[in-house]
Every structure is written in structure tokens, then in C-alpha cells.
Design a protein around this ligand. Sequence first.
Ligand SMILES: *Cc1c(COP(=O)(O)O)cnc(C)c1O
Length: 558
Amino acid sequence: MAEVVDTVLRPVIPVLELVRDLLNSLCAGKEPWQVMIYTCASTLVAVAAYNFIFQEEPITVRAKRTFFKIMRMIPQVKRKIDEQLSSTLIYIRKEKNTHLGGQDYVQYLPKQGLAKDELMIELNKYKALDRGNWQDGWVSGMVYNGQMDLTDIMSTTYGMFAWSNPLHPEVFPNVVKMEAEIVRMTCNMFNGGPKAVGTMSTGGTESILLVCMAYRNMIQEKRGVKFPEIIVPITAHAAFDKAAHILRMKITHIPVDPITCKVDMKAMRRAIGRKTCMLVGSAPGFPHGVIDPIQEIAELGMNNNIPVHVDACLGGFLIAFMGKAGYPIEPFDFQVPGVTSISADTHKYGYAPKGSSVIMYSDAKFRHYQFFQQVNWPGGVYATPTLGGSRAGAIIAACWSAMMFMGESGYVDATRKIITTARYIIEELRKNDHITVMGDPQVSVVAIKSDRFDVYRLVDKLHTRGYTLNPLQFPASIHLCVTLVHTKKGVADRFVKDIRELTTEIMKNPDLKAVGQAAVYGLAQSVPDRSLVKELASMYLDSCYSTDNSSPAANGVA
Ligand SMILES: *Cc1c(COP(=O)(O)O)cnc(C)c1O
């Protein structure tokens, strides 16, 4: 032992002596109080520098922001930007007014409540603003089922349970039972076994927030990590960014392979650290509809003792039935060792009304970290499973009805129709040389890009034919999310034909740039100052809440 210490320390001793001499010469001639003050001051400076460099946001991001802030102080730059912003604002308002057909806003409560027939007249005016074009497959995603029999069942159910609230199980044991049954049926769909548990939530975003919170609470309690980190593919839903923001966690985005659009496993492995509290894979991801390598992510999580979440919000109620529908895919659920949680939205392909989703855990120990209890509140012992307090029992009931009405055979049938249609569209689009289908989409989303023309021009042209597709960025691309409405006869063929005609038309002048709404997406993607894009987006949100359709400056829209 002594020898080891000797051989290790011997070469270090001269260095230490050198340091000592250096420090002594620095302090030579100084009085002890000076040495103390200098020591304290330099420690404080070092701590301040450390805190400045290592913040939640990396220093590079902050430096860039400061740079743009300074740039915007230059009068010419400022004027140019303000011009651009206000012309965009005028554009946003014009679009909105067109959608509203110039109708005025209600600003005050009616002095006297409306009679039912008067109310119906008003409601019908609002109903008429719904373009209704989703029914014939002109929009991507949004309405996942839309069939009248299901609509009727859900409306009736809503009416029957309109006043119910699962916050009060003693009064509304019915909706509490329904929620438990929805969770159990969903856990069984995902091969969770008897140990799997879950809760419902108001949507995918809440489900994701809850699971991030559970894993954050767990690592904080077990290992005392103050600011835990989550690791997600760059293609994972923005709800993870929102969750990280709200929960004050660091989020690391892992790039995806440019060809397969699947997460880069090597990069994910390298990103893992002491503070990592969860790994995420999407099944499938929203942008390109591609399923991440769930088995590899789960194995990585298991080897590092990190929980793994599978985000199946979008396609959960498709992939769970794909095997039975004749389109087998690789295992993605609780059968895969290492998968500790799954989110699946009942309000997407579960065909339930908006405001419902399910979050599942492989074991009750994880769910406990999601619960909240305040046992000292004068209002009573307060305990809730999710973010809300009171919750809409009627939505739970309507979701229950949708699932019971569909049944396994209903979901399998719908899945078969949707996947068959999506595969047909993919196959047809692959024949078009002007565009590229991104990755190998297995489920219902098909994303395309083009290296021959500005793909946002295709958004423009599709728009004039009546389509509403999703524009994507980094890289510029667009996607169609196939739902039951697209499985109607002729819809897929019309879409494929329209794409063929429009791309041919575009290729006559391949170098033109997009105009109108599509140009905004191009612009938003190319602006290096991302804070400007944020400003634009919040201007847009302001405009949604503005109840004045005359002046652009009204109601907080500046
Ligand atoms: C839609 C979606 C979400 C979020 O769901 P919301 O219900 O819109 O909050 C999460 N992940 C994926 C992959 C989605 O497509």
C-alpha cells in the first residue's frame, strides 16, 4: 500500500512544490487580511462565472439571443423587422376574418338569457363556420372517425353523464368505474399484464406531462437529483418540450437518421448521464409517422436503470391492432422488457371525443410518483391522480361508450382500412420522382419532401384545391395523416392524382418560391433569430383571442 502511494505521489510532489512557491510569491508582501479578501473575492468570481456559463439554457443559445437582441437595436434592422411583423399580422387578421365571414364577437353577457330556439339560431351560425370539408378527406388528421352512429352514441352518453365528476367517487361511482375500465382495457391492449396500471388524462399533452413528472419526482426522491434531464428523439412531440419547460427539466434532443427518420441510438447512448430520468421513443412519431427502435431504446434504458416511455399518443389505437389487421410490426409495448410507460390517446384513433387520453405504467410504483396529496388543507385531505381537480365525467363516459361500441373487431376493421389506405398512398407517391417519401412509414402518417422544388409550394397549391395538410420543418416537408375519413371510396385516389398533377405543374417552373400562408412557413424556418418566430407565434395566439375584428392593434394584439 505504502509503495503504491509512494509511486503515485512521488512525481506529483515537485508540481505541488512549484504551486506552493508560486502562491507564496503572489502573496509575498501582502498582509494576511489582503490574502483573505483576495481569496474570498476570487471564489465569488469563480462561482459567478460558473453560474453564468452553466444555466438551464446552454451559453451558445444565450449568446445567439443576445447577438440578435443587439442587432435589433440597429434602427434600420428594427424598422425592417417591424415592417415584416406588421404585414404578417395584417395577413393573420385577414385570414381570420375570411374564416369568420366578418361576423361580430359577443362582448358582454346577454342581459337576458336566450330562449332555446333563439340559442339554436345562434348556434347554427357558429356551426356554419365549420368548413365541414374534413368529411370528404380534405384535411390531414384532426377528425379520426367522424361517423354519425358513433357521434350519436357519444352525444347521448355525454348527456347522460353531463354533471358527473370523478373527483367525487361517493356520488359518481359510475364514472370512476368507467375510468378504471378504460385504463384496464387499454393496459390489456398493450400487453401490460395484471401489474400494469394507469390513469386517464385530458389529452396526449397532459399524459406526457404526467409521465415526465412521475419520473422526475422519482429520481428526485430516490437519488436527490435537483434538475433531472429527459432524453427524446428530435422528432418526439413538442409536448415533451412543454413538459420540460413547465417541470424545469433539461431536455436533450437526439437527432434522427436523415434517411430512416429513426432516432440515432449511438447519440442517445452518449447523451445518457447521471441526471437522466427517462428515455423516450415514439410509436409512431408525429412528423414522419415512423416508429423509433423501441426494443433498442428499452434495452438501453434497462441497462442504465432508466425508465423508458413509449409515446403512442398518435397511433396507439392503431398499432395495438395492426397484427390482427394483417399488418404485423415489431413489438413496441409492455411485452418489450424495459418499457415502463406508454401513452395512447383515446381521442385520436380511439375515436373518443377530444379531451381524453390514457397514460399507462408497467408497475404501480411509477404511478405513485404521478399522484398528488395535500393532507393538511383546511378543505380536507386532498388527493388527485392527474393535473385537474374536478374532471369531466361525461368525457370519460363518452370515451367508454366509444371503446365499447367499437370493440376489438371494430378497431381491427378501422385499422385495416386506414393502414391499407396509407400503404396505397405511400406506394403511389413513391412512383412520383419529384418528391420523396420520408423514412419507411409503417402506420398512418406519410411525409414527403422534395429536392427539386420548394415543397411549401405544394402546400399552397393543395390549399387552392381545398386541402389542409401539415407543413413540417427541418427539413421542409409536409405530411398527410390518414384517418377513417380518408378510407372512403375515391379519397386516396383523388389525393394521389392531385399530388401528381400539382407536382407536374410545379416542375414547369421548379425554382419559384412559395407565396401566401406557405411562404410564412418557409420564412419561419429560415429566420435564424428564433425569438422572432416565437414573437410571430404569440402574435398569432393573441389574434385567436382578439374579439375585435376591426383594428389589428386591439385586445393585446400589438
Ligand atoms: C397528438 C400527439 C401528442 C399530443 O397529444 P394532444 O392530444 O394533442 O395533446 C403526443 N404525441 C404524439 C406522437 C402525437 O401525435
